[in-house]
Write a protein that binds this ligand. Structure first.
Ligand code: AMP
Ligand code: MG
Length: 403
């Protein structure tokens, strides 16, 4: 049985191998958060376009502003002012943050380091040439590539695009991820379940996880635990880039997902992983569609999506697969888990000063979504660890929607 790291590598290898250029579309910079750029974005001019003051103060020739010297203030320059006049020798000019430094000036002295008396400004300290000035073109030359194809667009990337006037961005189409739950006991969330039925909460969590991963969810509802219904609905899902199923992959008599997929010509790269929850997770390919069969217990579905489906969505978006957000934390309470499987336990991490301390949350197992709403991470207990002591350093997998 593969470890979760091996299973993840398998997903990344298989999806990377099959990756083809994706359709693209122009997306407004206002709407492009989470898209992946499909073109390069270049500057429209130099950045900054002029020598820019980074402080409120006085523009001077550094050599004129020795400590104890007073210079006549010849005027002021606000941010946005057109600056044509050079600084006259033996004078200074008041300048604001973001304003253009006049020709002839080579330093800005912070207002806090000066004393003003009428027109005269006295300087406290030595001024260094270049201080508090960002030189024209020092951030980027005109026509320089500042964002490249394959970059994920977060708020800083969008701001940079906006700075250079790229208000429409050519982005890869988001991968379409079909979501199909399975189970005779499952009803739609707007129906009232019978005494022994449950609402289809997995399709809701999966759609949210698909969106967070940068994909476009395509909702296929629920398939009953029979070959005919499963086959028809799986065939719909095979029209999309990825098909994610929940339930029907365990050892039960009515766990038919793999049988139906096999019948439709799927090849499988793994059909179990040494983890808890989530051991029966299945990954394969049917035609051009990558298929994930995730166990139906809600927390198993959530964990296995993060571990295995998210990197596939990254790659199909035209980006690199993001690393898992694993960090080290100090364990706040001793643990004892069965060896042989890597455990992912709902837990809460809190930062004391800068040291993360994590405590597992008591829970009822992989059906217990209520506990997960109090968790902001999963404690990761390696397969070869049974007893873990309080105070030990342990890896945690952050819930990226919560931290
Ligand atoms: P399975 O993996 O099909 O054996 O299902 C395992 C458990 O997950 C059962 O208790 C199911 O009732 C539950 N389950 C299956 N599908 C869903 C779903 N779509 N939403 C919520 N719970 C589910
Ligand atoms: Mg089932």
């Amino acid at each position: 049985m593969l470890s979760y790291e091996q299973a993840r590598r398998t997903v990344i290898e298989q999806v990377a191998k099959a990756r083809r250029p994706r359709a693209t579309a122009n997306v407004s910079v206002w709407d492009a958060l989470g898209f992946v750029l499909a073109e390069q974005v270049r500057t429209d001019r130099e950045y900054p376009p002029f020598d820019r003051s980074t402080r409120d103060g006085y523009a001077v020739r550094a050599a004129d502003a020795a400590p104890g010297t007073a210079l006549r203030c010849a005027g002021e320059i606000k941010a946005g002012d057109t600056v044509t006049q050079p600084l006259a020798a033996g004078t200074c000019v008041q300048i604001m943050t973001g304003a253009a430094v006049p020709a002839g000036a080579d330093a800005v002295v912070m207002i806090e380091h000066t004393h003003r008396d009428g027109d005269m400004v006295r300087f406290d300290r030595v001024a260094q040439p270049g201080q508090n000035i960002v030189a024209r073109a020092s951030e980027a030359k005109s026509g320089q590539t500042i964002l490249s194809a394959g970059m994920r667009l977060g708020y800083a990337e969008l701001a940079l695009a906006a700075q250079v006037g790229a208000s429409q961005l050519c982005c890869s189409a988001k991968p379409r991820v079909a979501i199909l739950s399975t189970g005779d006991e499952v009803v739609a969330i707007d129906q009232s379940p019978g005494a022994f039925q449950i609402r289809n909460s997995n399709s809701v969590s999966l759609a949210a996880q698909v969106r967070l991963a940068g994909g476009q969810p395509v909702l296929l509802g629920n398939a009953a635990d029979n070959v005919e219904d499963l086959r028809a609905k799986i065939q719909c899902g095979l029209q999309e880039d990825v098909l994610v199923l929940s339930g029907g992959v365990s050892m039960g008599k009515y766990d038919l997902v793999e049988t139906v997929l096999k019948d439709l010509g799927a090849e499988f790269y793994f059909d179990s992983v040494a983890i808890r929850p989530g051991k029966p997770a299945v990954f394969g390919k049917c035609g051009d569609t990558f298929v994930f069969g995730l166990p139906g217990n809600p927390v198993s579905t959530m964990v296995t999506f993060e571990l295995f489906v998210a990197p596939a969505v990254d790659l199909l978006s035209g980006a690199a697969a993001r690393d898992l957000p694993l960090v080290q934390a100090k364990l706040g309470a001793a643990l004892n888990e069965k060896q042989g499987l890597t455990h992912f336990l709902p837990a809460r991490v809190e930062w004391r000063d800068t040291t993360p301390e994590v405590k597992p949350l008591p829970w009822q197992g992989s059906g217990d979504v209520a506990t997960l709403t109090r968790a902001n991470c999963f404690l990761v207990i390696a397969a070869d660890r049974g007893q873990v002591n309080e105070g030990e350093t342990v890896p945690i997998l952050l819930r990226k929607d919560m931290i």
